[in-house]
Design a protein around this ligand. Structure first.
Ligand code: FUL
Length: 504
């Protein structure tokens, strides 16, 4: 009997381990999985290399430009005359440099918005820049932005709206072929594409019909032609955070339930495989807690992208020149997006000249200065680290994301004490898990030593790739970080203490 139990236990351990012999970014939950197994599985899901690269960008940018820039609308009609697209002094290098100087690492261009107007001279329709006065119909804006990105060593992505108000075949199977042709042009004529952004909007076309999008076919094509590109929003690699405010969730799990996983894709886990297409509403305040994953049929690494516009609208409108988000607001957004395990996608819409407006440049510069002032000086960088148990504490302050501290055996908690050597004033805590091992931490806190006892400075739930928490400023020489709960051995790649450039 005893032997049978031992053998069964061993078989379970082996089968669980073999499920992770290679890294998986999704996994099927078996009806026989216990709650413990489900948590174990969740703790071992890791991003694909393309998801990891994308997460580490932290800041990405959007350029919304098209016929709407000239009609002063947010959504076009599909009936616009291509003649109206006529920027007088377009300079894509100025856009890309503006983004780069703000610390942005990758930009996405609206190659086609819902109105169907194409910013490149596509062979698929006459509704494009080739019928515009801009550069006498010889212009190619996708090429200009792609080239500026190459020149400035920036990532480049495309937004291609599935909804098309201009294409007469929209709403018929032929539209999927047309869309594949457009995608193929974009994915083969402009060098490396790092992100493909599919909007969720699915309205009516010119004939009043809606389209059934052939996502599987599009994903396959992207994987084939641009295997390192992430497919975002209506795609399997990157999820919409659920608002357009720039504010992510307090508790942001990158591992979420996915009930329509393709079992063949999950077991292959090849870079080409697409394990699912997004389904259901993912806007709730809690997507990945124990409570949310306990009845899941599958789990996937599906991280959040937090998109927001620098202005009230996505396209440029002169009347919004005095409504550009302030540097202070942008800093608050940074803490609430990048600082909540997300990637921020900030839209910087070029104006009718084809330039980023001076007001936008000014605020982006000051936002960058505020971030530099805050984060250049990690007040913990020379601290002595004391741990009662655990491995590799030096990694916490070595400024190297790849190395990490973790716990021994089955320990899911940790206490890390830092002696800052002299009293320091700080009000921001930064924590980073090593997500190549998984996202695990469920609860943490920060204490500081004052008048002979520990006082709590702040606390939080999830960490993920990066967590920033602001709190009332304290002056202290000794602090301790408590990992109070974790799904499996927690990892910490880096920790930081900072003084916010602005008042918390
Ligand atoms: C939305 C679109 O409808 C907006 O116009 C904009 O492109 C935004 C980023 O996504 O769904």
């Amino acid at each position: 009997m005893d032997k049978i139990i031992k053998t069964t236990a061993l078989a379970l351990v082996l089968s669980t381990c073999s499920a992770f012999a290679q890294k998986n970014n999704s996994i099927i939950i078996d009806p026989s999985d216990t709650q413990k197994n489900i948590i174990y599985k969740a703790a071992n899901i890791t991003p694909t290399p393309r998801q990891l690269r994308w997460q580490q960008l932290e800041l990405t940018g959007f350029f919304h430009i098209g016929v709407n820039t000239f009609t002063n609308r947010e959504w076009g009609t599909g009936k616009e005359d291509p003649q109206i697209f006529n920027p007088s002094a377009l300079d894509a290098n100025q856009w890309v440099l503006t983004a780069k100087e703000a610390g942005i690492k990758q930009v996405i261009l609206t190659a086609k918005h819902h109105d169907g107007f194409c910013l490149w001279p596509t062979a698929t329709t006459e509704h494009s820049v080739k019928n515009s006065p801009w550069q006498n119909g010889k212009g190619d804006l996708v090429k200009e932005v792609a080239d500026a990105c190459k020149k400035n060593k920036m990532g480049f992505g495309i937004y291609l709206s599935p909804w098309d108000m201009n294409a007469p075949i929209y709403g018929t199977p032929a539209y999927n072929d047309f869309f594949v042709k457009q995608l193929t042009e974009l994915l083969t004529q402009y060098g490396q594409i790092d992100e493909v952004w599919f909007d969720g909007a699915n309205g009516e076309g010119p004939n009043g019909k809606k389209q059934v999008y052939d996502f599987e076919r599009w994903y396959k094509l992207i994987r084939k032609l641009q295997p390192s590109a992430v497919i975002a929003i209506m795609g399997p690699d990157v999820r919409w955070v659920g608002t357009e405010t720039g504010y992510g969730r307090e508790s942001e799990w990158s591992v979420v339930p996915m009930n329509n996983l393709d079992p063949t894709a999950t077991s292959e886990n090849s870079q080409q495989a697409v394990a699912f297409k997004p389904a259901g509403d993912m806007r709730g305040s809690d997507l990945g807690s124990r409570d949310k994953i306990k009845n899941a049929k599958g789990l996937a690494w599906y991280p959040a992208e937090t998109d927001v516009s620098l202005r009230p609208g996505w396209f440029y409108h002169a009347k919004e020149d005095d409504k550009v988000k302030s540097p202070e607001k942008l800093l608050d957004i940074y803490y609430s997006s990048v600082g909540r395990n997300g990637v921020l996608l900030v839209n910087i819409p070029p104006d009718q000249r084809g330039l980023i407006h001076e007001s936008d440049i000014k605020n982006l510069k000051e936002w960058k200065r505020l971030r530099d002032e805050t984060f250049t000086n990690n007040l913990a960088k020379n601290a002595d680290i004391k741990i009662a148990k655990g491995k590799n504490p030096k990694a916490l302050l070595d400024n190297n994301y790849k190395t990490y501290f973790t716990t021994n055996g089955a320990d899911t908690t940790a206490i890390i004490e830092l002696d800052l050597k002299t009293p320091q004033l700080f009000d921001v805590l930064m924590l980073q898990e090593n997500i190549t091992i998984g996202q695990r931490i469920e609860k943490f806190s920060l204490d500081y030593w004052q008048d002979g006892k520990w006082e709590k400075a702040t606390e939080g739930t999830t960490v993920g790739y990066k967590r920033l928490v602001r709190f009332t400023p304290v002056t202290a020489r000794k602090v301790r970080i408590n990992i109070e709960a974790s799904r499996l051995n927690p990892t910490l790649a880096e920790i930081g203490l900072y003084k916010n450039a602005l008042k918390n």
